[in-house]
Design a protein around this ligand. Structure first.
Ligand SMILES: Nc1ncnc2c1ncn2[C@@H]1O[C@H](COP(=O)(O)OP(=O)(O)OP(=O)(O)O)[C@@H](O)[C@H]1O
Length: 476
């Protein structure tokens, strides 16, 4: 048995697919150089894995034991990796079909077959059931993170990797062994300017929760379409917020003609509630929400009944949470209950600064979303010409989406003159504020020089770098 091979496959299986480490491990396993991408390496890796597993079987060395030593566990995880890839496309199809079907959980006979394959290899029935649920969860997380948050800038790549960790923790082995059904107390606070994608990030987390598989019914216990419920708290007058959150009984107050379900009742036990604009809620509502987070129960307005809430809570604000806390407008105890993880979603101008092509690729993606096809109208060129190269996009991705529509309708977009234009952090400022890594400093510097001199040779001469390194930095 090639122990090292199984060890590396098990490391690859447990690593974040949006992180750098995963690609490095795959390259090591298949002996590829640093230009090889993930897709080109996967097939050779799976072929080799199948051969190695076949040999183990033949020699009678194949042992599945969760409590076995490191080598036995590495073989177990490698087999999970092998079976996962056998069913990956079918899980992806189920995701698409479930989106189209809506809230009724679809039958998934292939998932039952997957469970049978696992038990056939020697995994216990309960473990196998959990792995099937995790396979589906992993594919959903991959799908919703990669389709909901596109972009190639380092900030965007980092965000996707952070969201993955938010769902599975940074050690998926811990998640797999004991956290998979205990994530409800892991709340998340999303920070970032308006329109940066906090809602999209929350939806990706919410739709990627663990949903158990029911072998008798051959389907997952619930449709993930029920797993994400969002509320924008700034939309409701103070008097109505409580009822929107927790619901009310008929006759609870003047005007409560009918019973009303709040969002805490509507959210599936396997999902997440998204409390958008959390910085806008009053102290009494913060106290009520804190109680739900602590006790996991809530009561509809006008009722003493205690209802249970099992989902996760994700909150977001575009305000400075530090300032709100200092001003006494945001309670510390509530903050500490919300902040198991704090994720900052980067502004669009920061992404464009890191990777100028970001605007082009995002605009292409949004145009496809708007028109349903890859339209070749010269909208981006027009946009860039109208707003100028250094436009700060104060409304971020949401503004870009509307700017594209505006160019389609009127033929031009001159930018949002009335917005408070956020200070564009230039290279110098970014270095002073310490917001750049050394690699980003070099990349940004090369890009800025390239923008001025327009050729790699001149940038290489000025920086003392090799022109190939310059090219790599400019197009990073
Ligand atoms: N990286 C991205 N890739 C694709 N679409 C994105 C991305 N970021 C944001 N969007 C899209 O931009 C729009 C605005 O995003 P979203 O509503 O998530 O922003 P937000 O930060 O929650 O804004 P607000 O603070 O105003 O509520 C949505 O249509 C969202 O799908």
């Amino acid at each position: 048995m090639d122990k090292n091979f199984f060890k590396m496959v098990s490391q690859a299986a447990f690593s974040n697919p949006f992180g750098e480490k995963r690609v490095d491990i795959d390259r090591q396993i298949v002996g590829a150089d640093e230009t090889a991408d993930w897709h080109s390496m996967l097939q050779p890796l799976l072929t080799r894995l199948e051969e190695e597993i076949g040999q183990l079987r033949e020699s009678g060395e194949l042992v599945i034991d969760r409590d076995g030593g490191e080598e036995v566990r590495a073989v177990g995880v490698s087999i999970l990796f092998h079976i996962f890839h056998r069913y990956m496309d079918q899980f992806d199809r189920l995701i698409e079909e479930q989106i189209a079907a809506g809230d009724e959980s679809l039958r998934a006979p292939f998932a039952f077959q997957c469970l049978e394959d696992l038990t056939g290899f020697g995994f216990g029935r309960e473990d196998a059931r959990r792995y099937v649920a995790m396979f589906y969860q992993i594919r959903r997380a991959y799908y919703f993170i990669s389709t909901g948050l596109v972009g190639e800038s380092p900030a965007m790549k980092q965000l996707r990797a952070r969201l993955w960790d938010n769902i599975f923790t940074h050690e998926i082995a811990w998640y797999e062994s004991c956290l998979w059904n205990r994530m409800e107390d892991f709340s998340t606070l999303l920070l970032g300017e308006t329109g940066t994608g906090k809602g999209a990030a929350a939806a990706a987390i919410g739709r990627s929760g663990y949903i158990p598989f029911n072998p008798q019914a051959q389907k997952f216990e619930e449709s993930f379409t029920r797993a994400f419920v969002a509320i924008n708290l700034s939309q409701y007058p103070a008097a109505l917020i409580e009822s929107e959150l927790f619901g009310h009984r008929k006759g609870a107050f003047t005007g409560a003609i009918e019973k009303h379900e709040g969002i805490f009742s509507r959210c599936s036990a396997y999902g997440a509630i998204f409390l958008d604009e959390i910085g806008d809620v009053s102290i009494p509502i913060q106290i009520k929400l804190l109680q739900v987070l602590q006790e996991r129960t809530f009561s509809p307005v006008g009722s003493h009944e205690k209802l249970r809430f099992n989902g996760r809570v994700i909150a977001a604000t575009n305000k400075s949470i530090d300032e709100l806390r200092k001003a006494g407008e945001f309670r510390d105890d509530f903050y500490y209950r919300l902040c198991s993880d704090i994720i900052t979603v980067p502004p669009l101008r920061e992404r464009i600064r890191q990777t100028p092509k970001e605007l082009e690729m995002l605009a292409g993606h949004l145009m496809e979303r708007i028109c349903g096809a890859d339209l070749k109208f010269p909208i981006l060129g027009k946009l860039k010409e109208d707003v100028g190269r250094n436009y700060a996009w104060p409304g971020n991705v949401r503004e870009l989406e509307q700017a594209i529509r505006r160019v389609m309708i009127t033929g031009s977009y001159s930018g949002d003159a009335s917005a408070d234009s956020p200070a564009d952090e230039g290279l110098e400022q970014a270095m002073v504020s310490g917001s750049l890594t050394a690699r980003e400093v070099v990349e940004t510097y090369c890009r800025e020089l390239y923008a001025v001199y327009g050729n790699y040779g001149e940038v290489a001469r000025r920086t003392g770098l090799d022109w190939r390194t310059v090219k790599k930095n400019v197009s990073a």
